[in-house]
Design a protein around this ligand. Structure first.
Ligand SMILES: [Zn+2]
Length: 494
């Protein structure tokens, strides 16, 4: 294999933190002095034009060879510098290996199949996007603005750093510009989509979506199986009262609630799939919640996850519970969690003397639903004493001030988590104290865990450390980056 102009890796521009492969290649193209983009493409990827695309490069194996791995291995590049990392957690491992193989050696036509992006199912395309503030920062830092990976994920429309909407290149931009490796500053005004500025509520919702997107894309070696995802969603739907006591999904009620939550996003270009939820089949919600086989693009999962769960961590816990249940009791165990609720509720209240609230908590259904079911059956039931007497309330306040997690308080005082949530909602000062204390504890716990991982693995390079399970790195990277950066000088030398 020929090296490019016989150069050494030292000649190559270094890739900046979070820069996409496409952005790096465009900068390389400028530095190379090549007048034709096709020539650069041929040199870097062995293809005249196939590689000039912002989503998945073609001929990545060639690229790694001619750059002598200056940007890392093919897998490193795919995960850290292309949108592949966005799709990876939702692929099965066989499909991902096929996709990687095709990206390294094959043609584009053999990439989208394994990724679940076949024509017609890919409602949110990969487009070139940029943030004007990031562009300014790049200009003063690098002398030229480049493409940032966190902007390119299909479900990102807001810059996580600057909390402002991204500019999105118009449809087919890349096709028209097939021979130029463009950088954000090369696009003219009418190369960008013209659209209304996002409203504050749209920005807030899209910011949250982008945060979840980043969190999943940054994970290493984490795969989510479609049938366990579906069950995780259903269990959560049950807790929200969208599974009837006979186990049937109250699909239309759920769709309506979803539409209400995301109504303001229906006008966002590329989010037209939200309108399909109004159809009889519920659009993509039907595909995710009913047992249709197949992988769905991540954006659809993120929309449903952000609707059902408060935080990615809460989703993780639920997913792990579903996985553990599946491993011990199989598909039947999963199904049992959703069906026969009425019989089990009646049995607990009538024969075991459970209070309705306790039974509802054990079964994971809203207490109001349980009360209604018991009353309509005319079953005598115990009325629980008031949840809090002054003594218990004092304990609750003390635990909250100490920043204890809600789960731990709920267990310690035998009260529902939702009670604590409601209590905090009516005690603003206490809510603030709890949040601050909770965040401090959480941060300390992650720092300790990370330092512990480092001390247990004194010789492992940081790249390997961050892939160890429960190492705390990812959380710190997302939430405590300044502290992490302070640790880094000593880490880089590893
Ligand atoms: Zn920005």
């Amino acid at each position: 294999m020929d090296d490019l102009f016989g150069f050494t890796p030292g000649f190559l521009p270094s890739a900046t933190d979070g820069e996409t492969l496409f952005g790096w290649c465009a900068r390389f193209h400028r530095l190379s002095g090549n007048t034709s983009g096709a020539l650069t493409s041929k040199e870097l990827f062995g293809h005249l034009s196939g590689a000039q695309r912002p989503d998945f490069p073609v001929g990545l194996g060639h690229f790694v060879d001619v750059t002598r791995g200056a940007l890392g291995s093919a897998l490193d590049i795919l995960r850290e510098r292309t949108v592949f990392g966005h799709f990876l957690p939702f692929l099965d491992q066989t499909a991902s290996l096929v996709a990687i193989e095709n990206i390294c050696n094959g043609s584009t036509s053999r990439i989208k199949g394994p990724l679940g992006l076949l024509k017609g199912s890919h409602e949110i395309p990969v487009r070139l996007k940029t943030c004007p503030d990031c562009q300014d920062e790049d200009l003063s830092r690098l002398g030229v603005a480049t493409w940032h990976l966190s902007h390119q994920w299909p479900s990102s429309w807001v810059c996580l750093q600057h909390y402002r909407s991204l500019r999105v290149a118009v449809n087919g931009f890349i096709v028209q510009q097939a021979n130029s490796w463009c950088l954000p500053g090369d696009l003219r005004e009418n190369d960008w989509q013209a659209r209304e500025a996002f409203t504050p509520s749209q920005t807030a919702q899209l910011f949250r979506l982008a945060k979840w997107t980043r969190q999943f894309a940054d994970q290493f070696d984490r795969y989510y199986l479609p049938h366990l995802l579906r069950h995780t969603y259903l269990i959560r739907a049950k807790a929200r009262g969208w599974i009837a006591l006979d186990g049937t999904l109250r699909f239309r009620t759920l769709c309506n609630a979803f539409q209400n939550a995301y109504r303001s996003l229906e006008t966002v270009p590329d989010l037209g799939l939200l309108n399909d939820v109004a159809k009889n089949n519920g659009g993509f919600l039907g595909l995710l919640l009913r047992s249709y086989a197949g992988h769905r693009v991540p954006a659809k999962h993120f929309l449903l996850m952000t609707f059902l769960f408060d935080t990615p961590e809460e989703f993780e816990v639920a997913y792990e519970q579903a996985r553990a249940l599946f491993e011990s009791d199989g598909e039947i165990g999963l199904r049992r969690q959703l069906t026969d609720l009425r019989e089990r509720l009646t049995h607990m209240v009538e024969n075991e003397g459970s209070s309705i609230n306790h039974a509802a908590e054990v079964l994971g259904i809203p207490p109001s639903m349980a009360v209604h079911a018991i009353r309509t059956q005319d079953i005598p039931y115990q009325r629980r004493p008031r949840v809090l007497n002054p003594e218990r309330e004092a304990k609750l306040v003390a635990l909250l001030k100490a920043g204890e997690p809600r789960e731990a308080i709920a267990t310690a005082l035998s009260i529902r988590r939702s009670f604590i949530k409601d209590y905090l909602a009516t005690h603003e000062e206490l809510l603030f104290q709890w949040q601050t204390a909770f965040e401090n504890r959480n941060r300390e716990a992650h720092r300790t865990r990370f330092l512990l991982t480092l001390s247990h693995n004194p010789d492992l390079p940081i790249k390997r450390i961050r892939r160890l399970p429960t190492n705390g790195f990812q959380w710190l990277y997302n939430n405590d980056r300044e502290w992490l950066l302070q640790q880094l000088p000593s880490l880089w030398s590893r």
